[in-house]
Design a binder for this molecule. Structure first.
Ligand code: KG4
Ligand code: ZN
Length: 368
């Protein structure tokens, strides 16, 4: 069973092939350099880039895996949440391929795919607690099985990735700055009094990062010498190493505030879900070294299995889309060709068609 997957929900165009649950080819084209000129993703440019790149990436994965279009059994594409124009390019292209190859199409919930990709590396024992941290989302999810979800907590405003990216912007680091903050803050002890751990003095499972974002911007305004004089285009490790220690402490302290706020809420979620066997941390921000370390320690303390995909699988990618397509197809589901793309903030409808009635009915409670 070979699934062809497309990802185009933001600024990464990607295409991958998964055969019987194993990744056999993937190509990703990041548009980060283009958008960094504007300090963030420009939606119309992103859509045009997806349109320009998607066919080339599709050809490359077929060439790499030495398969022909007739070998494809299922086509999967991210259908949301994400930038609408970007999603429409990938989803429409996938519809065309499904139609041309006369195979089923499955539209994938991008957030669910981020969590499911952990299974591509290691078998996961369920129930699991999913911790999804990305540029647009921060959520804890009770995963009763691979395809059955229940959202426990979510951010009330900004996502953790947004706090990283806005702090980087205030420091005059190029977009998306989360990765650079991580490199700068690694191996530097944090100053725990510098920034608050946001939204922890309550008894709920939700998150809020807008206050922290403001606290960091205010701190940098009050210490303008921290801001780089000119934005380096693509700083390498040597250049980052040469940056002032004080700047590195800011990065390390921000990482600590975010990682510790996550730890407090995840620990609280674990108390309410004693049935959980493992923790999965996923999404772009799961590439962060301090978050990986903090969540790993938490899992060990609670005697739980710990899954955090390799950084390339944390970022937006098509392996996760093809894998989720393989999972849903194996469970007997597909979509009609009139499936819609869902913009960020929209609710993903429960519109899969169950074609194999022998399988158990699986319902992902849709989270967006
Ligand atoms: O999952 P993703 O690729 O796209 C979304 O679906 O949002 O996540 C992108 C986010 C950006 O905010 C980026 O700055 C952040 O992930 N990010 C990181 C790191 N690598 C990527 N944040 C902190 N530390 C990192 N190492
Ligand atoms: Zn994502």
């Amino acid at each position: 069973m070979i699934v062809l997957g497309f990802e185009s929900s933001c600024d990464e165009t990607a295409c991958a092939l998964v055969e019987d649950g194993r990744l056999i080819a993937e190509h990703i084209a990041s548009q980060a350099d283009l958008h960094s000129l504007f300090g963030g993703v420009v939606p119309e440019l992103a859509s045009r880039e997806h349109l320009r790149l998607i066919h080339r990436l599709h050809q490359r994965v077929l060439d790499d895996a030495e398969i022909s279009p007739q070998d494809i059994d299922v086509v999967a594409a991210a259908r949301g949440p994400g930038l609408l124009g970007s999603l429409l390019v990938g989803l429409s292209y996938a519809k065309g391929v499904a139609l041309a190859c006369d195979v089923p199409l499955i539209g994938i919930n991008h957030l669910q795919a981020h969590l499911l990709v952990a299974e591509l590396e290691q078998p996961v024992t369920y129930p699991a607690l999913g911790v999804l941290v990305s540029g647009g989302h921060t959520q804890t999810v009770l995963m009763e099985s691979a395809l059955q979800y229940h959202v426990l907590g979510k951010t009330l405003d900004d996502a953790a990735g947004e706090a990283f990216d806005k702090a980087a912007k205030a420091l005059n680091l190029p977009y998306p700055g989360g990765r650079l903050i991580d490199i700068l803050g690694q191996n530097v002890p944090p100053d725990r009094s510098l920034f608050p751990r946001p939204y922890i003095d309550n008894d709920n499972l939700d998150f809020s990062f807008s206050g922290l974002k403001t606290a960091v911007s205010t701190f940098i305004d009050q210490h303008p010498h921290l801001r780089l004089k000119s934005m380096p285009a693509s700083p390498d490790a040597t250049m980052l190493e040469s940056f002032p220690h004080e700047l590195k402490v800011v990065c390390s302290s921000l990482m600590w505030s975010i990682a510790d706020a996550l730890r407090i809420k995840v620990e609280r979620a674990l108390k309410r879900t004693p049935e959980v066997q493992s923790i999965i941390v996923a999404g772009g921000v799961a590439a962060n070294s301090r978050i990986r370390q903090t969540m790993g320690e938490l899992a060990r303390e609670h005697n739980l299995a710990f899954h955090v995909p390799r950084p390339a699988f944390c970022m937006d990618n098509a392996a996760m889309i093809a894998y989720a397509g393989w999972k849903w197809h194996a469970a007997g589901y597909q979509h009609a060709l009139n499936i819609d793309a869902i913009a960020r903030g929209g609710k993903i409808p429960d519109d899969m068609i169950r074609v194999n009635t022998d399988t158990e009915k699986c319902l992902a409670e849709h989270f967006a």
